[in-house]
Design a protein around this ligand. Structure first.
Ligand code: NCD
Length: 310
C-alpha cells in the first residue's frame, strides 16, 4: 500500500497532499529547522546503477529528519558474488524499515516490493519508471507556475529510454497538461505510453523540432540521451548531441517559461542557460530533498504536523 513503483500508485489527491507536505518540510530540507520525525527509522538505500542526486537526496532527507541510512551498491556487496535480488531484499527487510531501489532492469522495483514486507520506493528501474523524480518535478513546476493545471509542457530528448519522462508524462496528463513530445524518430515515446496518455484524455503532440516549441512553452523538460540503454553504440552515435539548447534559443520564450532537466546533463543544455531566469534544474535537484522527505514520511506512516519544528 505504501510502495511507490509507478505514478499509478498515487491518486491526484494523494499527489497534491504529498506536495503540500513537501512545502511544509522546506525549512527542514534547507537545514534551518531540525525535525526528528523519522528518529529510530532506517532507510535501505539500494543502488545497482549510478546515481548522484537520487541517492544523496534520499540520504539527506532521511538524515535531516533524524533517521539513519544503510547504503548498498553492487560494488562492495555480495551482489558481486552472485547473490540474487530476492535474497538481497530479504536482508534489507531485516535491517531497515523502508527501501529505495534503483536497478538497471525494468520491473525490478516491483519484483523487490513483492519480495518484502517493508515499503519499497522505486528510484528508477531501467527504462521503466522514476516516480520519486516525478514528484520532485511536479513540486518544481508548481513552485514556478503556482499550479499543475492548464500548462504547456515540452518533453525533449530520449523519450524512448528516459524513465523520468515516462512517469512525468503520465502524471501531467492527469492534471490536464498539454504535452509536446520532442525527439528524433528513433527515440520516440513508446507507442503503449502514448496510448496510455491519450486514454487518460491527454492532449499529446509529437515533433522532431525543439526550436518551434519554445514560444508557447511553460516548461521545457530536457533529457539526456540514455547511452547506457542503447543495444548498439552506432545507434547512439547517430543521435548523440541532437538537441542543444543555448541562451540565444530562449530569446523567443515566455518570461515565465522554465527549463528543467533531471540531470546529469551532457551537452543538451549549454552553460549559457544557467544564468538566465529560465534555468530551474539546480532548484529542481534541491527539491528532491523536501519531496523525498514527504514520501518517506508517508510510506512510514508518520504524520507531518501542521507546523514543523514548532
Ligand atoms: C535520471 C535517471 O536516473 O533516470 N537521473 C536522475 O535520477 N536525476 C536521468 C538520467 O540519468 O538521465
Amino acid at each position: 500500500m505504501s510502495d511507490l513503483i509507478t505514478m499509478d500508485d498515487l491518486t491526484n489527491e494523494e499527489i497534491i497532499d504529498i506536495l503540500k507536505t513537501a512545502e511544509k518540510l522546506l525549512p527542514v530540507a534547507r537545514g534551518e529547522v531540525y525535525a526528528p520525525l523519522l528518529q529510530g527509522k532506517v532507510l535501505g538505500n539500494l543502488f545497482f546503477e549510478n546515481s548522484t542526486r537520487t541517492r544523496m537526496s534520499f540520504e539527506t532527507a532521511m538524515k535531516r529528519l533524524g533517521g539513519d541510512v544503510l547504503n548498498l551498491s553492487s560494488v562492495g556487496s555480495s551482489v558481486a558474488k552472485g547473490e540474487t535480488l530476492y535474497d538481497t531484499m530479504q536482508m534489507v527487510d531485516g535491517y531497515s524499515d523502508i527501501a529505495v531501489i534503483r536497478h538497471p532492469r525494468q520491473g525490478a522495483a516491483q519484483y523487490s516490493a513483492d519480495a518484502v514486507d517493508i515499503p519499497v520506493l522505486n528510484a528508477g528501474d531501467g527504462a521503466g519508471n522514476h516516480p520519486t523524480q516525478t514528484m520532485l518535478d511536479l513540486f518544481t513546476i508548481q513552485q514556478a507556475h503556482g499550479t499543475l493545471e492548464g500548462l504547456n509542457v515540452v518533453l525533449v530528448g530520449d523519450l524512448r529510454y528516459g524513465r523520468t519522462t515516462h512517469s512525468l508524462s503520465h502524471a501531467l496528463v492527469r492534471f490536464g497538461t498539454k504535452l509536446t513530445l520532442v525527439s528524433p524518430e528513433s527515440l520516440r515515446m513508446p507507442e503503449e505510453i502514448i496510448g496510455d496518455l491519450r486514454a487518460h484524455g491527454g492532449d499529446v503532440t509529437e515533433s522532431e523540432d525543439l526550436q518551434s516549441t519554445i514560444p508557447d512553452a511553460d516548461v521545457i523538460y530536457m533529457t539526456r540521451i540514455q547511452k547506457e540503454r542503447f543495444p548498439d553504440e552506432d545507434e547512439y552515435t547517430k543521435v548523440a548531441g541532437i538537441y542543444k539548447m543555448s541562451a540565444d534559443d530562449l530569446k523567443v520564450a515566455k518570461e515565465s517559461m522554465i527549463v528543467m532537466h533531471p540531470l546529469p546533463r551532457v551537452d543538451e543544455i549549454d552553460p549559457s542557460v544557467d544564468s538566465t531566469e529560465h534555468a530551474y534544474y539546480f532548484k529542481q535537484a534541491f527539491n528532491g530533498v523536501p519531496t523525498r522527505m514527504a514520501l518517506l514520511c508517508r510510506s512510514l506512516g508518520v504524520k507531518v504536523p501542521k507546523k514543523v519544528g514548532a
